[in-house]
Design a binder for this molecule. Structure first.
Ligand SMILES: *[C@@H]1O[C@H](CO)[C@@H](O)[C@H](O)[C@H]1NC(C)=O
Ligand SMILES: *[C@@H]1O[C@H](CO)[C@@H](O)[C@H](O)[C@H]1NC(C)=O
Length: 209
């Protein structure tokens, strides 16, 4: 049994390593189920240049949500050509005073500011915070899986672009996970050391109380 498992996992590993050298690209077929390595490939003879171009970052953004941001993803679900290539992007727009609350990804992230000025930072597993004010053209790296955040501290709206070293890096917002999902209030209270009133205030803010 363990022997079979070993053969299977070795084979799976070889499949994932060899994809990069067996085919030039593997544009996602999103009609088929997704596996741990991503989606199955579309038939390459049906692909055109358009499949390798993403135009979703064009234009301006309106800011309507409470944190004051508008995030445009170019992950594999929005840009299927990224499938299997270990790379993705996002455009971050901030209203004046807008923030992207503390969150993490499965991957690392590199950010470049293209408009305005933001404070960006991350917090490592020793609880040391690394943060600074970035201006247009500045680049910052958020290492893999670290909690990180961005705050527009300029007098104008701000925009930044990020790239992540995974096609499906996910975004886990810490506060949403604790207060915006199905975690019961009493457990949230116990594991955060907050009061019941504080937990209920947060749950109301996320529409779960
Ligand atoms: C982001 O901006 C676009 C373009 O103005 C708009 O259609 C969309 O509703 C905005 N999203 C959010 C969450 O505000
Ligand atoms: C960990 O954090 C403490 C302060 O909280 C600091 O004194 C120490 O140098 C840090 N260690 C590392 C390896 O960063």
């Amino acid at each position: 049994m363990n022997y079979l498992l070993l053969i299977f996992s070795t084979f799976s590993l070889l499949v994932s390593i060899s994809r990069a050298i067996e085919v030039d690209f593997c544009v996602a077929d999103r009609n088929l189920p997704r596996g741990p390595e991503g989606y199955a490939c579309r038939n390459p003879t049906t692909l055109t240049t358009d499949d390798f171009v993403y135009t979703g970052f064009r234009g301006s953004r309106t800011i309507t949500n409470v944190p004051g941001n508008n995030v445009t993803l170019a992950f594999v679900d929005q840009f299927p050509a990224l499938n299997g290539l270990g790379i993705s992007m996002a455009r971050l727009d901030f209203g004046i005073g807008g923030v992207i609350p503390v969150h993490s990804h499965r991957t690392s992230e590199v950010l470049i500011v293209s408009r305005g000025s933001i404070i960006a930072g991350f917090i490592d597993t020793n609880n040391t915070a690394y943060y600074r004010r970035l201006e247009v053209g500045d680049v910052m790296i958020f290492p893999q899986a670290m909690l990180h955040f961005q705050v527009n501290v300029g007098a104008t709206p701000a925009t930044a672009f990020v790239s992540l070293n995974g096609a499906n890096p996910a975004i886990q917002f810490t506060m949403n996970s604790l207060f915006g999902g199905n975690l019961p209030a009493n457990i949230a209270q116990q594991i955060t050391l907050l009061s019941n009133a504080e937990v209920m205030r947060m749950k109301r803010a996320f529409g779960t109380a």
